[in-house]
Design a protein around this ligand. Structure first.
Ligand code: ATP
Length: 236
């Protein structure tokens, strides 16, 4: 295995607010790694910063051995790193097909035609709803669309920000089994979740974020059985 992402001493601030205070972590190719933590711990800030949506105030982010600090978000997507953002952020007044088309803008039409078939295999419901406006779909369907849109760029590393948020338990199960399947097929995953038990149960490794710093790390299984983690994030 080789390192696909390396984050070193990352600092993210919004004016005087220090959201991320010097975190470091690595992801190996083929892994599922999760960042768990309470509201406001800095999880989304970390993902958004890696995706290039804003520049860190300090630290380094290397993707496939090259720095991506200061690289424009669309160029980061072209290098093989995609973000499926918190709250889905689908284009509500566009159809399912148009949303997926937007996700494939870095790729050729031929490539997109092939990837679209792969996306529809993972998410058959999107094929059924291909002409429907995204804004009229259920939360679960919008989540599938947001994931499908991110997959259209054929990422080597897919970052998922709270994919289970607001979904019924049966859909949470479905989304998590799709994440596992995508990983088995070769996509490395960085998963941010408040549903810590689900996230840790599918993750190779996890990091616990508390007020912008990493307080604990370990394998998914070890963190799932860690007393502090159980008390703080697993309801017991
Ligand atoms: P959540 O699960 O609630 O999204 P999180 O762990 O993803 O939490 P962040 O959204 O990264 O946490 O927020 C980290 C800190 O940064 C919080 O104190 C938050 O209020 C603050 N913050 C986030 N975005 C902004 C912003 N655009 N402007 C100012 N402060 C922000």
């Amino acid at each position: 295995m080789s390192k696909i992402l390396s984050v070193r001493d990352l600092h993210v601030s919004y004016g005087a607010i220090k959201a991320v205070r010097g975190i470091s972590f690595d992801i190996e190719e083929g892994e599922i790694v999760t960042l768990i933590g309470a509201n406001g711990a800095g999880k989304s800030s970390t993902l958004n910063c890696i995706a290039g949506l804003f520049r860190p105030v300090g630290g380094e982010v290397e993707f496939k051995g090259q720095s991506i600090v200061g690289v424009k978000p669309h160029k980061i997507v072209e290098r093989g790193l995609a973000l499926c953002p918190e709250g889905r952020r689908v284009f509500t007044r566009m159809s399912v097909a148009e949303n997926l088309d937007m996700g494939g803008y870095t790729r050729s039409d031929d490539e997109n035609a092939k990837t679209l078939e792969v996306v529809y295999e993972h998410f058959p419901r999107l094929r059924e709803r291909v002409g429907q406006f995204a804004g009229t779909m259920s939360g679960g369907e919008q989540q599938m669309l947001a994931m499908g849109r991110a997959l259209m760029s054929r990422p080597d590393l897919l970052m998922l920000d709270e994919p289970s948020m607001g979904l019924a338990p049966i859909l949470v199960d479905e989304i998590f089994s799709i994440i596992k399947e995508l990983n088995k097929l070769g996509t490395t995953i960085l998963l941010v979740e408040q549903n810590a038990s689900m996230a840790l149960s599918i993750a190779d490794r996890g990091y616990v974020l508390e007020t912008g710093t990493i307080s604990k790390t370990g394998t998914g299984a070890a963190l799932l059985h860690d007393d502090d983690v159980k008390r703080a994030y697993l309801g017991g």
